[in-house]
Design a binder for this molecule. Structure first.
Ligand code: HEC
Ligand code: HEC
Length: 169
């Protein structure tokens, strides 16, 4: 294990008892507060403009360095708990949000905004906040998704809302 990683682990252990727990952090707010000043306004855009997957690892497309390593060495000035949250957010977006960018972004700015502004989870179902639409049903004829893609998309949109309500608790 490289020395940097070891010292990062030690640092995490030392700070663990007083560190903010990862689940208390709203990942999108964290991105907007800590990274958006120099990078894209939304985490989603940042992932698609700046990062790529190489050998199963999320890396910067210019530096080819894993994002985790990049942040652990101090870029962005995050605490270990924040780095964990950020890496998870960026990876999740990269895996599942690709679809949104390909098929929805022409008309909807970001999955995060769409979910936060227009959707709610009611009785375990994703519905339109103002339209009352069952979104699983709605997507069968909207956005040209196949069945698997509808499932992924529902997860992406629900994920945005779960993240938000957890952060509010
Ligand atoms: C003060 C400005 C600034 C802030 C704040 C900042 N960055 Fe950066 N970042 C840069 C610059 C400039 C580069 C390109 C030069 C370099 O590689 O260092 C960069 C490069 C990167 C890269 C590598 C991109 C590549 O193509 O290899 C990643 C990943 C990254 N930043 C992530 C983040 C994240 C995540 C945050 C928030 C925690 C953040 N940055 C905060 C200025 C910043
Ligand atoms: C060609 C433009 C266009 C594309 C592409 C598109 N949408 Fe839409 N979408 C709209 C418009 C316009 C509305 C509002 C229509 C309405 O409420 O009847 C809408 C409404 C929605 C709603 C319902 C919001 C509510 O309040 O009920 C959801 C959810 C949605 N879109 C998701 C998606 C997803 C996911 C994709 C990609 C797979 C997508 N859209 C692609 C234009 C588009």
């Amino acid at each position: 294990m490289p020395t940097k990683q070891i010292s990062f682990l030690l640092l995490s252990l030392v700070f663990w008892p007083i560190a903010v727990e990862a689940q208390d952090i709203d990942p999108h707010a964290l991105y907007e507060r800590t990274c958006a000043g120099c990078h894209a306004a939304h985490a989603g855009e940042f992932v698609f403009e700046t990062l790529e997957i190489r050998e199963n690892s999320l890396v910067g497309s210019r530096s080819r360095q894993p994002v985790a390593t990049f942040l652990e060495t101090g870029h962005g000035g995050m605490s270990p708990a924040e780095v964990e949250v950020m890496v998870e957010l960026l990876s999740k977006i990269s895996q599942s949000g690709r679809l949104f960018f390909r098929k929805c972004r022409i008309c909807h700015d970001s999955a995060n905004d769409l979910a936060r502004l227009k959707l709610v989870i009611r009785d375990g179902n994703l519905v339109g906040r103002y339209t009352g639409r069952d979104i699983a049903q709605f997507l069968k004829n909207h956005g040209r998704l196949d069945r698997d893609e509808i499932k992924t998309m529902l997860e992406v949109l629900e994920g945005q809302l779960v993240t938000k309500s957890e952060a509010a608790n």
